[in-house]
Design a protein around this ligand. Structure first.
Ligand SMILES: Cc1cc2nc3c(=O)[nH]c(=O)nc-3n(C[C@H](O)[C@H](O)[C@H](O)COP(=O)(O)OP(=O)(O)OC[C@H]3O[C@@H](n4cnc5c(N)ncnc54)[C@H](O)[C@@H]3O)c2cc1C
Length: 399
């Protein structure tokens, strides 16, 4: 820091009003927008990049991880399953044969329910689905602040785009930024990790076909780098820039290795358009999910997730782990919901983002309709009933 620049107070024009404003158009934000719009809310979605899907598309993370518990039982339905099927609707990939009609439990345990998809098709498909649902999209627009009312609720989200600074008035807000940007701006407690490793996921083309290369720093069981390795926070200018530069250096090195290896000369075709950071900053919410909550049933459980790292664990996610403690109309989903270090690595993957997004979007629409936009006044039983009716799986069975 080398000093400060003073700016005069300024009036920010209000661009539009929505029942819910969603910040971030990754899988968490898309699921939230879809659920909110289908449940009757007017929805505005703000995305700083120029397409939807977040890490799943622009970050080249093309594996929609498991919708099952690793023992053959499906635990994610609803929008989580819908978005998985959409990811391969162009025929590029498919669900494993064991998960088609007639598949048996043993085969399903051996080959978990997942898909590998084409990220460009998926970004196009996600956009079409949201437009058809009536969601208003704002691309190339970065969330930068909130304005709060006297009760501590967010009454406007401030964005910055080619049009300058503008405000979106809102009754509820969903932080799907992956980095808890809204939670931090709203003054909510957050936790940051500095354990992210470099990631060089890039495509090459040999003149006929594309090939994805996945290289990343080794990480430990809980998503951090193995002992002694350099880590990146990913919630500040310096560490994001360093992560991008170091990761692209790794792309150059791997390319040089490939070219030196003989055979057909590979040309680099695509590099990630977002920093491939796993766990940056998260909300410390009303409830923090922990490893000990494995197979624990909650009265306000809004969906289930399995563990991509091993077969067996299933977490029910309590609505309270999406809720900000001091800002009554704010929820966090996807990579930035409230879970401690031991479960964060399980709650950040694509299906978990879709599960929490569906719950948050549905909750936002219900809160606007019947709870004055306040999530602390929302009837959890009504939320769970609606989610169940919309295909979400909520019941934890014994292991
Ligand atoms: C290297 C790597 C490998 C992975 N491998 C897998 C895998 O194989 N399978 C799997 O299921 N998961 C995997 N993951 C995890 C998974 O991809 C992500 O955690 C998940 O896609 C996150 O979804 P999200 O919606 O929470 O956040 P994101 O995808 O990060 O989306 C957040 C969106 O918000 C936008 N945004 C951020 N800040 C702002 C702002 N201030 N204003 C406006 N917009 C903003 C971003 O541009 C982005 O589009 C991997 C992650 C990494 C980094």
């Amino acid at each position: 820091m080398t000093g400060y620049v003073e700016q005069p107070a300024r009036r920010i024009p209000v661009l539009s009003r929505f029942d819910t404003v969603i910040v971030g158009g990754g899988i968490g934000g898309v699921a939230a927008a879809l659920a909110a719009a289908r449940t009757g809310a007017s929805v505005g979605l703000v995305e700083k990049a120029v397409a939807l899907g977040g890490l799943a598309t622009l970050g080249h993370v093309v594996l929609y991880m498991h919708l099952c518990d690793g023992r053959g039982r499906q635990v994610v339905g609803g929008i989580g399953e819908e978005l998985m099927r959409l990811s391969v609707a162009d025929g590029f990939g498919d669900v494993p044969p064991a998960w088609k009609e007639g598949g048996c439990l043993a085969d399903r345990a051996a080959d978990r329910l997942h898909t590998v998809f084409n990220p460009a098709f998926y970004a196009l498909a996600l956009e079409e689905v949201l437009l058809n649902a009536g969601v208003r999209l704002y691309f190339d627009a970065r969330f930068c602040d909130v304005a709060k009312d006297a009760a501590g609720a967010i009454d406007a989200v401030i964005i910055e785009s080619k049009s300058g600074r503008q405000a979106l008035r809102c009754r509820t807000v969903i932080d799907a930024s992956g980095d808890a940007d809204v939670c931090a701006a709203a003054g909510e407690p957050t936790e940051s990790l500095d354990t992210n490793g470099w990631a060089a996921w890039f495509y090459t083309c040999d003149g006929r076909s594309l090939e994805l290369h996945k290289h990343h720093a080794p990480f430990d069981r809980f998503g951090g780098p193995v002992a002694g390795r350099k880590g990146y926070r990913g919630d500040d200018l310096e560490s994001v820039t360093r992560h991008l530069v170091d990761s692209r250096e790794q792309v150059r090195r791997r390319l040089a290795d490939l070219r030196a290896g003989g055979g057909a000369t590979p040309f680099v075709a695509m590099i990630p358009q977002l920093p491939d950071l796993r766990m940056t900053r998260r909300l410390v919410g009303v409830y923090e999910l922990t490893r000990a909550d494995d197979r624990r049933a909650f009265d306000d459980g809004i969906g289930l997730i399995g563990d991509w790292r091993e077969a067996g664990p299933v977490w029910s996610i309590p609505f309270r782990s999406l809720r900000a403690a001091a800002t009554p109309n704010l929820l966090a989903v996807g990579r930035c919901l409230s879970a401690d270090r031991t479960v964060w690595d399980a709650t950040r993957v694509i299906p978990a983002c879709a599960v929490t997004g569906q719950a948050a979007g549905t909750a936002a629409a219900l809160a606007v309709a019947g709870a004055d936009g306040r999530f602390d006044r929302l009837d959890a039983a009504a939320l769970c009933g609606r989610l169940r009716a919309d295909g979400a799986m909520l019941d934890v069975s014994p292991a």
